[in-house]
Design a protein around this ligand. Structure first.
Ligand code: BGC
Length: 888
């Protein structure tokens, strides 16, 4: 809020003569634009830079110049009102059967006929409540395959389903850098590394757009946290932005993506959707983007500023005008053009960008009139299954405990193995499954002969309606009405509503109002009747401040901006016990926007203690191996704790102590801290593997498929290793007069493994790590030429399968810069996934160009002369071959 009063509004990311010195509060380097400079010593020369990291390029029957020409010709036949309509979302008429997140009606007059725009979620399949669609594994899962062809196939399969549902603009891929393990949308994102994220995203884009669906690269940019997402101000150096946070978008632009979605947050005081440095200097001038930029939903705050900064389209525009939420474009834009505060040329530019994207991807020639009921196909599910198999990362496998024998006695444990399986993210990224999700329990039971199942824990996700066995809860002591009395209060304690509920599972009390008070309170009171004395386990999960009181005594508390859990055992005597949950969001809530709140959430569940954990540990002790499913659940709008829920930690601790062998299967969007990892034998991370995840996990556990996924993030050994250990660096602090947070990325370019390498920290599992049931040897590294200007370098290496089964390896190339560049020790600049039969070899080859050796210096992209180390290996910490290249 309070943009005008923000003292930083005239610094940093703004346009005009000061563009060359966008020094930001983190104190970093200044900006120049596209020139690549070789400098150092007395020699200094300029050369053309590759525009972005190498990618495949999107090809269509129409080239972009032709698309621009067609767009301009169409524009000539449109009125101002029609141009405004093209760039403003509207409510979908009730007669329209397409389910989408955004809608722009068709425009037709005697000169032009422009198809309807249906904008549909999201990164891992068709969302917005559509059915008959494939629930694909998450984006994090496809990135973990490190297979660009599979990423392209994944994009293509999703786009075929979008198209079948008449959606012609897909709201993905999402590619914000996973900065910390707290992020509520990590499962929708790809990696902590810009090169990997860029490669995967760009290939997805090519797959999507080849099916005549416009891809949307989101959320542009620096939207790396959900806490206060609609207002948080990100302070980042230009260098870190250019080297870490922007390249994935840049790669997509280089690959022909036709749409970008501006993010909710601010950057150095200016909202992303009205940020001229981002939307014009970088996107248009530096990268040459020809398509259009839409706002994230309600992320736009102004008319003139946004139009002038380079925001082309307002989403969802007027869709919710019946609720008093009208577009910043629409009538306001038309009035601004009439008044001259937005020039006609600016409006023409905006409309041209939309039309160019639509022509470029073929939307005019591929209009789908009505949605098809079932668009999921066997071929799409096969892509999803392959992604789930190859995107699962085998993090640990001591003494080759895996693969398991199909006749072993297996104690399967965890809610995530059956009823609470996490196969998709929440929020706008949620996708329905075409068929019943194949749970791990179903997938494993289908192939193994000796399986028992125990729930083990309450687990993450929405907690069940009161499920206490041998207990009842009533609204009054000894009363007849089941459930709790819930009183929702405003910030001053005044009652907003009183209801009876059988589930303490509350969310923003008035989720469709942007006028909700900054904070709210809720009291839930119920009376638990117990027949015999017993210990109960209570799990409280939520964000904000929530306390659990039993018979007036506080027993558990959650106090966080991010989703967290508290777990407590309480011995209760036979009789009636008062159970209260008191929620007060006071110091932990931020002003909301539609779809953009950090909504405090709360769930309470319980079970008689021991009935889950003790039974699971007993079953584990009796089996040959315990396979325990643990996980979190993620949704936009909320960050989360760096740990699994407390009851799951208690479960794995008890099972690992009891079992002969323990295998953990994780389903997480973020690389959470796993303090118990040393006590288990094997760990794999499936990253929410879509509707066929049970089949995929079974194939991996029993060795029918050899694991080949690699970590796209670093798994820290402890929270203390992470950057972002002060409130100022995560989730931010409120500064002088600003009612939103300001977060400072003081780690600069040292994000993810760069941070760990730079600070010589030993992570639990490093970036790029992933085990196989076979082994691989690397030799014969060659660099050609050995020196030059860096514009074309080929690195080759022989890769051999030295084990006894067929497998796939991802060979990774990291560049170590000379000290003058001031870069962290190693940076990924190439990778290749190769399938090899046992005993077979092949040569992997990496093409590097000047961008591989460049950093963002005072004069823009810069290559220092000197010796660059070239590391080839199996992970960022498992380097097998080292060579070098000299930039003269
Ligand atoms: C999300 C976007 C999504 C949009 C439309 C927003 O809340 O941030 O990722 O595409 O809603 O559903």
């Amino acid at each position: 809020m309070n943009r005008q009063g923000n003292p930083r509004s005239n610094q940093g990311w703004h346009r005009g003569p000061l563009t060359q010195r966008h020094l930001l509060a983190a104190g970093a380097a200044a900006v120049a634009l596209t020139t690549l400079v070789h400098c150092g010593g007395s020699s200094s020369s300029s050369t053309a830079i590759s525009p972005a990291t190498p990618t495949t390029s999107y090809t269509n029957s129409v080239d972009t110049a032709a698309a621009v020409a067609k767009a301009k010709a169409t524009l000539a036949g449109m009125s101002v009102a029609e141009e405004v309509q093209l760039v403003t979302g509207e409510a979908r008429p009730s007669s329209d059967t397409v389910l989408s997140a955004g809608y722009v009606p068709a425009i037709s007059n005697s000169n032009v006929s422009i198809p309807t725009q249906y904008l549909g979620d999201s990164p891992s399949g068709v969302g917005n409540g559509n059915t008959g669609v494939t629930q694909f594994p998450t984006a994090q899962s496809v990135a973990s395959t490190w297979d660009v062809d599979l990423a392209k196939a994944y994009g293509g399969a999703i786009a075929e389903e979008w198209s079948g549902k008449a959606v012609n603009i897909g709201l993905g891929p999402a590619m914000n850098i996973i900065r910390l393990p707290y992020g509520g949308r990590s499962g929708e994102y790809l990696s902590e590394d810009p090169y990997l994220a860029g490669q995967i995203a760009a290939h997805e884009v090519t797959g999507i757009q080849a099916k005549h669906v416009v891809a949307t690269a989101k959320h542009f940019a620096l939207n790396n946290q959900e806490t206060d997402r609609s207002g948080v101000d990100v302070i980042v150096s230009e260098r870190a932005a250019r080297e870490i946070y922007l390249p994935a978008f840049e790669s997509c632009v280089a690959s022909g993506v036709m749409s970008l979605m501006g993010s909710y947050n601010r950057i150095a005081g200016t909202y992303a959707c009205e940020n001229p440095h981002l939307l014009t200097d970088i996107l248009r001038t530096d990268w040459g983007f020809q398509g259009w930029v839409m706002s994230d939903w309600f992320a736009q705050h102004t008319t003139m500023e946004s139009a002038q900064a380079g925001l082309d389209q307002d989403m969802p525009g007027n869709e919710y005008s019946s609720w008093g939420m009208t577009a910043h474009y629409g009538n306001l834009l038309e009035a601004a053009v009439t008044a001259g505060s937005v020039s006609k040329a600016t409006l023409d530019g905006m409309a041209t960008h939309v039309l160019t994207g639509m022509y470029q991807v073929g939307l005019f020639d591929n209009v789908v009139a009505t949605p098809t009921a079932v668009v999921s196909t066997a071929a799409h599910r096969a892509v999803g299954l392959q992604v789930s198999e190859e995107g699962t990362v085998l993090l640990k496998n001591d003494n080759h405990v895996l693969p398991l024998s199909k006749t072993a006695a297996i104690a399967l444990i965890g809610p995530g193995a059956s009823f609470a399986v996490n196969s998709s993210v929440g929020g706008s990224g949620a996708v329905n499954a075409a068929e019943t999700v194949v749970t791990p329990l179903a997938g494993i039971s289908a192939v193994a002969s000796n399986v028992t199942y125990n729930q083990g824990a309450v687990g993450a996700g929405s907690l069940p309606v009161l499920s206490a066995s041998n207990a009842t809860v009533t609204t009054t002591s000894g009363g007849a009405t089941a459930g709790f009395t819930a009183i929702i209060r405003d910030a001053n304690g005044a009652t907003l509503s009183t209801t009876t509920t059988t589930s303490v599972n509350s969310n923003w009390p008035n989720s469709y109002s942007s006028d909700v008070a900054d904070s709210w309170k809720a009291d839930y009171t119920g009376y638990l009747s117990i027949a015999t004395a017993q210990t109960y386990s209570f799990v409280l999960r939520g964000s904000g401040v929530a306390k659990l009181l039993i018979d007036g005594t506080q027993r558990a508390k959650v106090s966080t901006t991010s989703t967290d859990s508290a777990y407590v055992d309480v011995s209760l005597t036979a009789g009636v016990h008062k159970v209260e949950v008191v929620m007060d969001t006071d110091s932990y809530s931020w002003p909301s926007g539609f779809f953009g709140p950090s909504a405090p959430t709360l769930s309470l569940a319980w079970n008689p203690a021991g009935s889950y954990i003790t039974a699971a540990a007993t079953a584990a002790a009796a089996a040959d191996v315990a396979v325990v499913f643990l996980g979190d659940s993620e949704t936009e709008g909320n960050d989360h704790s760096a740990y699994l829920s407390q009851d799951q930690t208690a479960l794995i601790t008890a099972v690992a102590a009891a079992a002969k062998k323990t295998v953990v299967v994780l389903n997480m969007g973020s690389p959470l801290i796993l303090p118990w990892a040393a006590h288990v034998d094997a760990i794999m991370d499936n990253h929410y593997g879509g509707e066929d995840l049970g089949t995929a996990i079974a194939a991996l556990l029993f060795g029918d498929v050899n694991p080949s996924g690699k970590a796209t993030v670093t798994y820290a050994a402890s929270e203390g290793q992470l950057c972002g250990q002060t409130e100022a660096t995560f989730p931010g602090v409120t500064l002088g007069g600003d009612d939103h947070l300001t977060v400072t990325y003081s780690e600069g370019i040292n994000v993810g493994y760069r941070w760990f390498d730079q600070n010589e920290l030993a992570p639990l599992f490093p970036f790029g790590h992933g085990l196989s049931y076979t082994s691989f040897g690397y030799d014969s590294l060659a660099v050609a030429p050995a020196s030059g200007d860096g514009s074309k370098v080929t690195v080759t290496c022989k890769l051999s399968n030295t084990g006894s089964v067929t497998g796939k390896e991802v060979a990774q190339l990291y560049v170590g810069f000379p000290a003058t560049a001031g870069e962290p020790p190693r940076q990924l600049k190439g990778f290749q996934k190769v399938a090899l039969a046992a005993g077979a070899s092949s040569t992997v080859s990496f093409d590097l160009d000047s961008r591989s050796f460049a950093y963002w210096g005072e004069n823009g992209w810069t290559v220092d002369p000197g010796t660059y180390k070239l590391y080839v290996g199996s992970s960022s910490r498992d380097i097998r071959q080292v060579g070098s290249y000299t930039v003269k």
